[in-house]
Design a protein around this ligand. Structure first.
Ligand SMILES: *Cc1c(COP(=O)(O)O)cnc(C)c1O
Length: 467
């Protein structure tokens, strides 16, 4: 039976519905909302068959429910994307004491962002090949998205990428992972400010219709629907593996959270019928989301720099997609609440029976607790966690239901975050992918958090590239 292709609509309701490829190329909707599928497909009838599939086969099934790509094209994109991974299972599961780890960090830049961005880089290339034209990707990174996005698009002739990161706020290693890439289509920009400043600059440029029309801006941040979509796959894959070996009929996930893209993918997987009892949202001291899920008030505070920098975020872009479902898919209500947030720095969603959402439990983990968790798990189990994963594990163990398995998402390889590793276990660790970076030359520009300067920089670089 042939399905009707999925269409995409904006959370703010003022953008005409569009197909999958347009949604991927658009990134942020022109009305400043986020694109969401017009309906969430029910996959519960497929689960028995899906349990038998390899990671790549499963990715095909999940993604094809939301896209209209021809079968051979989609299968090929998936194969090519996951060939670049260092583990044959793509996302191996590891049993630890009291929880399972789903290792999402076996991609080329050792962070979970690779899972979606290896695919997205190739998908952009395919769509541009079909349609002609070019794409200028504008990205804001708190550390890991930048290098993963660069790895997905470097050397692709129709694509240029401009990555902004907060100067001095990402680890030196993360910076080298980006600034040592020599391809002409890669441009790294250190912004004097916070990650939220980078994200604001990005949104301002997307909202600048003339600039956007002239330069065809695209997004690799998790405002891009394809990111969320591709991340759903590992929720299914990990749940199947853990249900298989534990005999449980239900699972719960702990998710280290920053921009809320990862957790949102789990939310969609649940809505599609995967038996997830709880999604445990773990934040570091930047606790805007953990506070929201306790009291229904979403209110911005100052960004605090922590040992888990990829989560040092106050304004989580994907929050708006969740809000859309909380507002019963009413775009006017979403637009109203987001206007309230941008005016007052806070918005409120009513609790029902004392909880905001029985699916989502939320907890905040401090720097000290992060280090203590890393040290404890290393001493007792010989396992070295990266600080982001440790935040998830701590909140997961604190908040989980005791009668079903807990799956903690391991979002980065610990060798990327040696400052925290050293504090926790007293020594550095290394990874062969990272060693060669130490000796390579670097390239980057530095700007203040101002749009005019950013636009001028982009134009000058495109002019040079065009030589
Ligand atoms: C990006 C990132 C996160 C946060 O994921 P979101 O989708 O932004 O919530 C957590 N851990 C690591 C290592 C990351 O790179």
């Amino acid at each position: 039976m042939k399905r009707k292709p999925m269409s995409y609509i904006s959370t703010r309701g003022a953008t005409p519905a569009m197909g999958f490829s347009d949604a991927v190329m658009t990134g942020l909707a022109p009305d400043s909302g986020l694109l969401v599928p017009s309906a969430i497909p029910d996959a519960s009838g497929f689960l028995p068959r899906w349990r038998e599939l390899s990671y790549g086969e499963l990715a095909y099934e999940v993604i094809s429910l939301y896209s209209d790509l021809p079968e051979v094209v989609l299968r090929n994109l998936i194969d090519e994307s996951y060939k670049a991974f260092l583990h044959p299972d793509v996302v191996p599961l590891r049993k630890a004491d009291g929880f399972y780890l789903a290792e999402l960090f076996h991609g080329p830049t050792l962070a979970f962002k690779d899972i979606a961005l290896q695919f997205l880089g190739r998908l952009f290339d395919y769509i541009l090949e079909q349609r002609g034209g070019e794409l200028n990707i504008l990205a804001a990174t708190s550390g890991d998205t930048g290098s993963a996005a660069i790895s997905g698009v470097r050397g692709r002739p129709r694509i240029s990428i401009f990555v902004m990161f907060p100067e001095g706020r990402i680890s030196p290693l993360q910076e080298r992972q980006m600034t040592t890439v020599a391809d002409d289509n890669v441009h790294c920009i250190a912004v004097r400010g916070t990650f939220d400043d980078c994200q604001r600059l990005m949104k301002q440029l997307f909202a600048d219709k003339d600039f956007n029309l002239k330069y065809h801006l695209g997004s690799v941040n998790s405002v891009n629907w394809a990111r969320v979509l591709v991340q759903m796959v590992y929720y299914f894959y990990a749940a199947f593996r853990v249900m298989e070996c534990s005999g449980a009929g239900e699972v719960q996930f702990a998710v280290p959270t920053g921009n809320f893209g990862d957790l949102l993918a789990g939310y969609y997987a649940r809505r599609m019928g995967l038996p997830i009892r709880h999604l445990i949202l773990a934040t570091n001291e930047n606790n805007i989301l953990s506070r929201f899920f306790s009291d229904g008030v979403y209110s911005r505070g100052p960004v605090i720099h922590t040992l888990s920098p990829a989560m040092d975020i106050q304004i989580a872009s994907n929050f708006e997609r969740y809000l859309y479902y909380r507002c019963s898919e009413n775009p006017d209500e979403v637009a109203g609440k987001m206007a309230e947030f941008s005016e007052k720095g806070s918005l409120r969603v009513p609790l029902s029976q004392g909880v905001l959402d029985p699916l989502i439990k939320a907890g905040e983990v401090s720097n000290d607790q992060t280090i203590a968790t890393m040290r404890d798990i290393h001493e007792k189990q010989g396992l070295i966690l990266d600080p982001h994963t440790a935040v998830g594990v701590r909140a997961g163990l604190n908040l989980c239901a005791s009668d079903i398995p807990l799956i903690c998402l391991a979002t980065a390889h610990p060798a990327k975050f040696n400052e925290a590793v050293r504090r926790a276990i007293g020594r550095d660790i290394s990874h062969p992918v990272l060693e060669p970076l130490r000796n390579l030359p670097t390239r980057r520009a530095v700007i203040d958090g101002e749009t005019g300067e950013l636009k001028a920089f982009i134009e000058s670089q495109l002019w040079n590239e065009g030589d």
